[in-house]
Design a protein around this ligand. Structure first.
Ligand SMILES: Cc1cc2nc3c(=O)[nH]c(=O)nc-3n(C[C@H](O)[C@H](O)[C@H](O)COP(=O)(O)O)c2cc1C
Length: 323
């Protein structure tokens, strides 16, 4: 399939694996890249720019296909060494950066000078337009369904994608809630030039996470995610567990007066325990409603091949038969 996204990133299929903390390691990105999609290494999972340089080099031993790096601009007290990470990205020969969180405006000149394409993750029309204005090459439109941070507007993709289509000129991919071929076809119909998936890629053979995490996603339904940290305007969609229930209880009792300190112990530094050790109750971890559509743990190639062949069949046969 040829779209503006496959052309822009030099990939075979219009499918991106979004950056995921403690999931987007070299193994994940390489598996997606080798299957013809765009695999993305999560920059900030690497503790230092040197670690990121090593992870990029490690990934390069596993694939010669294009890979990207995610840079998440967090609202934090201690700012990570973003210039250092960008230097590692440039020196590692990376040609695609997925940015997320705050606007990447400050870093656009250095990325563009290095010939890097930037795809910024946005949860609203206004943020998508801003991304276009500051020179991003594409946008990843994350609807309310998404795992991770859906923003504060709560607009699902059935509305958000065609709204973005009305206003944006640069290409965009549909992100959030996507896991199968029908949804790829729907996303294309809604104006997107491809899809970005997070949760679906965790439940694959190559995802470098504990089997407990993959099985939890397969066993979850679309009813099993919850939103936390809304009162901090840092809403996150996570799989429900005992830690999440405690956080929700604290949020309900403290209301708008809640501060990050009230839940810091429950949310801080839990990802390695969950993703590596498989301790699913260690804390909240991002997971999308799409869990309800995930029923197996295929290889990335099986998953991508299945999505692409079914999508082609659906466009050529099912949809064409209506006209
Ligand atoms: C476990 C997990 C960790 C994530 N970590 C990040 C991250 O560090 N940076 C980021 O930009 N997005 C992150 N995301 C969001 C994904 O890149 C992607 O936008 C999202 O998962 C899409 O929604 P879906 O899960 O419904 O496919 C994460 C998602 C998950 C499920």
């Amino acid at each position: 399939m040829k779209t503006r996204i496959t052309e822009l990133f030099g990939i075979e299929h219009p499918i991106i694996q979004g950056g995921m903390h403690h999931v987007g390691l070299a193994e994940m990105a390489a598996a997606v890249a080798n299957a013809g999609g765009l695999g993305i290494i999560t920059g900030l999972t690497q503790r230092t720019p040197d670690d990121l340089a090593n992870e990029i080099a490690r990934c390069r031993t596993m694939t010669d296909k294009p890979i990207g790096v995610n840079l998440t601009f967090l609202p934090g007290f201690v700012e990570p060494d973003y210039p250092g990470y960008i230097k590692a990205i440039i020196e590692g020969g990376i040609k695609v950066v997925e940015t997320a969180g705050r606007s990447p405006e400050k870093y656009m000149p250095s990325l563009k000078e290095a010939g890097i394409s930037v795809i910024h993750k946005c949860t609203s029309v206004r943020h998508s337009l801003k991304a276009e204005r500051i020179g991003c090459d594409a946008v990843s439109v994350d609807g309310f369904e998404c795992g991770g941070h859906p923003g504060e507007d709560d607009i699902p993709n059935l509305i958000l994608l065609p709204r973005v289509a009305e206003e944006l000129k640069i290409p965009y991919v549909a992100s959030g809630g996507i896991g199968n071929s029908q949804q790829l076809v729907a996303a294309l119909a809604l104006g997107a030039d491809g899809i970005n998936m997070g949760t679906r890629f965790i439940a694959t053979q190559e995802a470098p996470v504990h089997m407990n995490v993959k099985e939890a996603i397969v066993n979850a339904s679309e009813l099993d995610t919850r939103l936390i940290m809304r009162s901090l305007r840092n809403t996150e969609r996570v799989l429900n567990n005992s830690a999440v229930e405690k956080i929700v209880e604290i949020e309900e009792s403290k209301g708008e007066g809640m501060s990050i300190d009230d839940i810091a112990e429950l949310v801080g530094g839990v990802y390695p325990r969950i993703m590596k050790e498989g301790d699913l109750e260690a804390g909240p971890w991002s997971c999308g409603m799409v869990a309800g559509l995930i029923h197996d743990i295929p290889t990335c190639k099986e998953l991508i091949d299945r999505i692409m062949s079914e999508a082609q069949d659906s466009i050529q046969n099912r949809l064409a038969s209506f006209i």
